[in-house]
Ligand binder design. Structure first.
Ligand code: AMP
Length: 413
């Protein structure tokens, strides 16, 4: 026998039990985002590699190690999308949406791909729900976008959720700060982990994220970006905080928060859950990306959004799985009556009843066992005498003509 083929590591199948939960989450998110004016979009599963390398950042883990990149038949470099913000902005630009009233609001639930080490809450193909508001720099956009994710997490009963906020300012102040931080890191090089040391030039900010103890000690005294930001950025951040407070949303500010994507400017945030393991406890996060449109050849266009992991939201959720609609009718038959039984089952479904038909050639006894297992209210048994109709909620069996079965069950299902 040949070797059994299995799904690739870090991927999983969505079987029907799981599909129900996911559909529940999708519909909750769609309702909350829809009433705030977000329209659903779906962009291609693959994009030109440059869309991500220019925006997510050449030096990030996502671009350096995690992208599924390949050449297609015409020699173009293609990447399976690792995230949804750059594609959403690309679509906005490509379709001239700057002409619409701003901001333009999109949401999505799509699958993304990153070559990561598979573990609980971390996959190589995973799903995210995301929201993007493109075309306005107003701090009210930031606050609204953050509130929407909070509302979704509340609606699914996500446990032990905490909102963490930060601000990154604009690229210019960040660049000056980066230089200062690099110098500080170089001055303490002997105490840093090898990884942090090797990336001082590429990505000094990631040093705040290090788990290495003596690196952490060095970082506790490192210069902070928030102390170097111009007043304009601080005012923007203060207004975001005021609006969140006005909406009764609690948060903490963490000036060392970093996220793995380079395109962020100004507001940055994460919702974490204490119900998940510390290494993968971020349910979702995002921020402002005012420079992204220019990085992909568009006019300067501010934007703000987030993405939240579907798998992690379901892990943290306490919302019960939506129940399947109950089966109304089970159609069983004796030998020789299959066609009539088939016809009734299809009529009943067309009339909107949840119906099951015997499909595996079981004996009548076996069929009746299946009927009771399905929980069906009615069982119609086709035989030589006609149709015996059983109401499993009580009452005598009735012998009825095949064409009257629908008439008998209508009204009570
Ligand atoms: P990011 O796009 O990196 O900002 O991630 C946003 C959210 O997507 C995270 O908080 C996770 O909930 C989820 N996520 C990111 N990467 C993965 C992954 N490899 N597997 C599962 N979920 C992920």
């Amino acid at each position: 026998m040949s070797k059994k083929i299995q799904a690739p590591r870090g991927t999983y199948d969505v079987l029907p039990d799981l599909a129900g939960e996911r559909a529940g989450l999708e519909s909750t998110a769609g309702k909350i985002l829809g009433r705030a004016g977000y329209g659903r979009i779906e962009t291609p599963t693959f994009e030109a590699t440059q869309l991500f390398s220019r925006t997510v950042g050449e030096a990030t883990d996502v671009v350096q190690k995690e992208m599924y990149t390949f050449q297609d038949g015409s020699g173009d470099s293609i990447t399976l999308r690792p995230e949804g913000t750059a594609p959403a902005v690309r679509a906005y630009l490509e379709h001239g949406k700057h002409k619409d009233p701003q901001p333009v609001k999109y949401w999505y639930m799509s699958q993304f791909f990153r070559y990561e080490r598979p573990q609980a809450g971390r996959f190589r193909q995973f799903w995210q729900i995301g929201a993007e508001a493109i075309g306005s720099a107003d701090p009210a956009v930031d606050a609204e976008v953050i509130l929407l994710l909070s509302e979704i997490l509340e609606a699914i009963g996500a446990r032990d959720v905490k909102l963490v906020l930060a601000t990154l300012g604009q690229p210019e102040s960040r660049a000056a700060y980066r230089e200062e931080l690099k110098q500080y890191l170089r001055a303490h090089e002997d105490q840093l982990s090898e990884e942090v040391k090797s990336r001082i030039d590429l990505n000094p900010l990631r040093a705040f994220d290090a788990k290495h103890e003596s690196t952490q000690r060095v970082m506790a005294n490192a210069p902070r970006l928030i102390d170097r930001l111009p007043q304009e950025d601080l005012d923007h951040f203060a207004e975001v905080q005021d609006l969140l407070t006005a909406a009764d949303l609690a948060y903490t500010v963490d000036t060392t928060l970093v996220r793995g994507l380079d395109y962020y400017t100004r507001t940055l945030f994460e919702f974490q859950s204490g119900a998940l393991e510390a290494a993968q406890n971020t349910l979702g996060g995002g921020g402002r990306y005012d420079g992204l449109a220019e990085q992909i050849g568009g006019q300067p266009t501010p934007g703000m959004g987030w993405a939240a992991g579907v798998e992690r939201m379901l892990m943290a959720s306490t919302q019960p799985t939506p129940v399947e609609p109950p089966v109304g009718l089970y159609v069983a038959y004796e030998p020789g009556h299959k066609t009539a039984a088939f016809k009734l089952a299809s009529d009943a479904r067309r009339a909107g009843h949840s119906t099951r038909l015997e499909l595996a050639g079981r004996s009548l006894k076996g069929q009746l066992k299946q009927a009771s297992r399905s929980g069906a209210r009615y069982v119609a048994i086709f035989g030589d005498e006609g149709v015996q109709l059983r109401d499993r909620d009580g009452g005598e069996d009735k012998l009825v003509a095949p064409e009257t079965v629908m008439h008998h069950i209508r009204g009570s299902l």
